[in-house]
Structures are given as structure tokens and as C-alpha cells.
Design a protein around this ligand. Structure first.
Ligand code: GH3
Ligand code: MG
Ligand code: MG
Length: 351
């Protein structure tokens, strides 16, 4: 159950889901309060918590589900805000500060940050109003004699129950907020570093990788090699099968490259019908073998199921020779590729 909920949270509507579960949590707490006050025989507070549960149910089902698509959570934000303020104040009027019902109001300082549609001005305003209200209630409540008097042990128990519940709620909500934030960040990372069509890493990812200097650690070691791969006469493929057909071929090509190379290799779409593969810890003769295998696999594999379409690729490779920058190795691979094209395509040239 919990793992399913967490799984769901990692899906598209991250912040929305987070808010949804927070509402369920808050509603459940008020639902328990109803029984607490039935037990303590305080009908006014039973009623207060029925109203609170109603507000949360309205948020969850009424607007919750309807606005899922519109992603407008500001109305829910306002309802929760006033529910928390109202409940804190009214419970304090009945039972005094000793009951600890004012603690839940402290969450009002956090909630404005969780509602994604608020502007900074609305956030600051709501936090200020919350702080002032909390302080006023604290000052006023000190010498206030509550409407109802409970036995000291009961009041103390309720106090610690509220404090504990409040702390748990704050940590659960912070946790939900963090994992939805992380999932969102992971999704953005994935999107910005992969190629939309083929799912391979994109040029940005590889460039960034080399900016970190990761592959230049050992100065006199062959720590990496590059293979630049360009589809031959790809314009013709587009001319015959249309751009969509060409796209399908690129997807198939990407898949072939990925399947026929070691797992540690970074296979990227460099642009158009060009791919770049980064291999670690590899010597020139092995690079030649790897490139030759790729060339041969592509040549032999039909690119479309319906008809016999075959394409070939030309590969230019270069092995890092120590102290070189990525751009220099790349330039050599590019030159080798150009040579391969000049020499008639469908071949491997290692610089
Ligand atoms: P060669 O490399 O063998 O010299 O010939 P080519 O026809 O492949 O050469 P060129 O680089 O001039 O043309 C590449 C073509 O690839 C042009 C362009 O229409 C096509 N292309 C580039 N990106 C895409 C894409 O994302 N989808 C499709 N379908 N075609 C693309
Ligand atoms: Mg090209
Ligand atoms: Mg080409």
C-alpha cells in the first residue's frame, strides 16, 4: 500500500499528488479528533472537527479531483489555511493553550511554499498573517481562562498527543515534498540529457561529461576513445520513406548501436543522423574491432519490418593520446569520418 502510494508520487503530477496525500493525512487526523471529543464529551469540538473533516473531504473530492487537470491548487490552499487558523483559535478558546491545539497552526508557515501557484507576495503575506496570529494567540492565551476545564492529566496527555502528531505531520509532509521534488528533478535531468527521438544521451550530456574533466585524469593513459558514426546517404532514406520513415530508421539505428556495444559505453545522438560513442579504457586495435562490428551489424540488419531497407554507416574513431582536450580527440575522429566518406562510405577509419 505505502509503496504504491510512493510509486504514484513519483509520477507526473508530483506536487499535486503530494498535496493530495497531505490533505488525506490532515483529514484523517481531524477524523480521529471527532472520536476523541466524543470520548471527552465535548460536543462543540466534535462539531468543529466534523466541519474540518468536511472541508478536507471537499478539498479531496470536490475540488481535488476536478482540478487535477487544471492544476489550480490555490482554492485548496486558502481552505486549508483558514481551516488551520480557525481550528487552532477555536480549540484554544475552548481548552486553552495547554491543550496544544495551536501547534497545528505552525504548519501555516510551511504550507504557502507547498502551493505551487502562489506568487511570492501571496506567500509572504500569508506567512506574516500566520506568524502574527500565532503570536497574538500565544500572548492572549497565557492569562486566558478556557471555557472548558479538563482534568490536568487529560489536558497534559492531549498536549503531548498534539505535539507528537504535529511533529509527525510536519516530517511526513516534508518527506513527501522532498521525494516529489526529487522525482521532478530526476525527470528534468533525464529530459535535458537524453535525445527525444532515440532515447540515447544527447550532445549536451556528453559535452557536460567532458567539461567535468572526468576522462583526463591519467595524463599518459588511454582513458577513452571516441567513435563518430554517420549514416550514409541518409537524405535518400528521407526522400524515399519520408521524414517519419527516416525517424524510424534513426530509432532502429540507435537501438542497434546500443545493443552491440559494451554496457559501459556512452552512446549518444550527436545530431541529425550522427551518433557519438564514448568508450573507456580501450586501445586502438580493440576500437577498430568494435567499430567494424558495428558497421557490419548495421549493414546486415533490415531497418524496417515491412520492406527490405538497408542502410550503412561510416565510422571515424580516435583514441585519446594523453593530455588532449575532448575537442581535439573529437576533431581527429571527425576527420577520420570525413576520410571514410571520401573513400566510399560504409567503412571504418581510425585516426
Ligand atoms: P552522407 O552522410 O553519406 O554524406 O550523406 P547524407 O545524405 O547522410 O548527408 P547529409 O549530412 O548531407 O544529410 C543528412 C540528412 O539527414 C539530412 C537530413 O534531412 C537528415 N536528417 C537529419 N536529422 C534528421 C532527423 O532527425 N530525422 C530524419 N528523418 N532525418 C534527419
Ligand atoms: Mg551527417
Ligand atoms: Mg550522413
Amino acid at each position: 500500500m505505502l509503496s504504491k502510494i510512493l510509486q504514484r508520487l513519483k509520477h507526473e503530477n508530483f506536487y499535486w499528488n503530494m498535496g493530495f496525500y497531505a490533505l488525506i493525512l490532515a483529514g484523517s487526523v481531524h477524523f480521529l479528533f471527532i472520536f476523541l471529543f466524543i470520548f471527552l464529551d465535548i460536543p462543540q469540538l466534535v462539531l468543529l472537527n466534523i466541519i474540518s473533516v468536511g472541508i478536507y473531504l471537499y478539498c479531496i473530492f470536490g475540488i481535488g479531483i476536478k482540478t487535477l487537470d487544471r492544476k489550480d491548487d490555490s482554492l485548496i490552499g486558502w481552505l486549508v489555511y483558514f481551516e488551520l487558523l480557525g481550528h487552532g483559535i477555536i480549540a484554544t478558546i475552548f481548552l486553552g493553550l495547554e491543550s496544544g491545539f495551536q501547534y497545528y497552526m505552525y504548519a501555516l508557515v510551511l504550507i504557502p511554499f507547498f502551493v505551487s501557484t502562489y506568487s511570492l507576495r501571496v506567500r509572504v503575506l500569508r506567512i506574516l498573517v500566520a506568524i502574527v496570529t500565532i503570536l497574538l494567540l500565544e500572548v492572549w492565551g497565557r492569562n486566558y481562562v478556557p471555557i472548558l476545564t479538563l482534568k490536568t492529566e487529560i489536558l497534559t496527555s492531549i498536549h503531548y498527543m498534539n505535539l507528537t502528531l504535529f511533529l509527525i505531520i510536519v516530517s511526513v509532509i516534508s518527506y513527501l515534498y522532498t521525494i516529489s521534488g526529487n522525482a521532478y528533478r530526476d525527470m528534468l535531468f533525464e529530459k535535458s540529457n537524453s535525445d527525444h527521438l532515440t532515447g540515447l544521451y544527447n550532445r549536451h550530456y556528453v559535452s557536460e561529461l567532458f567539461k567535468t574533466g572526468l576522462f583526463r585524469r591519467k595524463d599518459d593513459h588511454n582513458t577513452f576513445a571516441l567513435l563518430l558514426i554517420d549514416a550514409d546517404h541518409f537524405k535518400r532514406v528521407n526522400d524515399v520513406y519520408g521524414h517519419r520513415g527516416g525517424d524510424e530508421v534513426l530509432v532502429k539505428l540507435a537501438q542497434l548501436l546500443k545493443e552491440n556495444i559494451r554496457r559501459s559505453a556512452i552512446v549518444s545522438r550527436w545530431g541529425g543522423e550522427e551518433f557519438l560513442i564514448v568508450l573507456e579504457e580501450i586501445e586502438e586495435n580493440e576500437l577498430t574491432e568494435v567499430a567494424e562490428r558495428l558497421r557490419s551489424v548495421v549493414e546486415k540488419t533490415p531497418m524496417r519490418e515491412e520492406n527490405e531497407l538497408y542502410v550503412t554507416v561510416t565510422l571515424g574513431g580516435a583514441v585519446f593520446s594523453g593530455g588532449e582536450a575532448f575537442e581535439e580527440v573529437f576533431a581527429r575522429a571527425d576527420k577520420a569520418l570525413y576520410q571514410g566518406k571520401q573513400n566510399g562510405r560504409n567503412r571504418v577509419v581510425i585516426a
